[in-house]
Design a protein around this ligand. Structure first.
Ligand SMILES: CC(C)(COP(=O)(O)OP(=O)(O)OC[C@H]1O[C@@H](n2cnc3c(N)ncnc32)[C@H](O)[C@@H]1OP(=O)(O)O)[C@@H](O)C(=O)NCCC(=O)NCCS
Length: 212
């Protein structure tokens, strides 16, 4: 996740959670929280006309990117984004991880509502577990609403188990949260499960480029 993803990230955030983080919270996380890793899933479309997600400055084409961005702002008048299907790079989901002393904690994960049910949430979870493995973390944990059966099934598929309950954890409706966790991700038995799930996902959803 980069600063110029934030406008699109906020769209996904607003579609996904009843009480949303402000853009400043994401900005602070990616700029100042050294323990945080935020990843976006991006759908690239070469035939789209929009100039939203600008190239990184070090790519050498930042000037052109900025020019296209400004042109887009003029064309769209309000300085906002072009419609999703006209964007060259559409942010379709994101995941945030905190690397704590004894665990990788998934603090947020969400998929654009038009893109749910296509394996993107699973891809984000794969990337989060991959990140934890690279950072030599052994445990991955998160909180999930007890009513969120879609998310709970996804975590269960990757070996997460319910290890606790936080009563009235969510302030909007005082719903309880399950604490779900997977331990020993570096162990051969878990790696075998992880590889198998990842290969099945690739076969079903196609290949992707993972830059961690
Ligand atoms: C939870 C969320 C991230 C899942 O993303 P997604 O891209 O729709 O999920 P995927 O297509 O990758 O599906 C992965 C697995 O999730 C589960 N799942 C997905 N859609 C489901 C549905 N409609 N019903 C039941 N299980 C479902 C399944 O286990 C599925 O694996 P399968 O395809 O082998 O059955 C997405 O629904 C979302 O953004 N929800 C709103 C935000 C949220 O609740 N985040 C989680 C906070 S803890």
């Amino acid at each position: 996740m980069e600063l110029n993803d934030l406008e699109q990230v906020m769209e996904v955030e607003q579609q996904s959670f009843p009480s949303t983080w402000p853009p400043t919270a994401f900005r602070r996380e990616i700029q100042h929280n050294r323990l945080a890793r935020y990843l976006v899933a991006v759908e690239r479309r070469d035939d789209a006309t929009g100039g939203d997600r600008l190239p990184r400055p070090e790519s050498g084409v930042a000037g052109l990117g900025r020019f296209l961005g400004e042109l887009r702002q003029i064309l769209h008048g309000d300085g906002g984004l072009p419609p999703p299907d006209e964007r060259r790079e559409l942010v379709v989901g994101f995941v945030g991880i905190w690397l704590l002393a004894d665990e990788a904690h998934i603090v947020t994960i969400a998929v654009r509502d038009s893109h749910r049910g296509r394996g993107i949430g699973e891809l984000l979870l794969i990337a989060a577990i991959e990140t934890a493995l690279r950072e030599r973390q052994s445990v991955v944990t998160l909180e999930c609403r007890v009513s969120n059966t879609v998310a709970l099934r996804l975590y269960e598929k990757y070996g997460f188990q319910q290890v606790g309950l936080r009563p009235r954890y969510y302030s909007d409706n005082r719903e309880d949260a399950y604490i779900v966790s997977v331990d020993g991700i570096e162990a051969t038995s878990y790696r075998r499960l992880f590889e198998q799930r990842r290969n099945e996902h690739r076969e079903r959803c196609g290949d992707y480029e993972l830059s961690l």
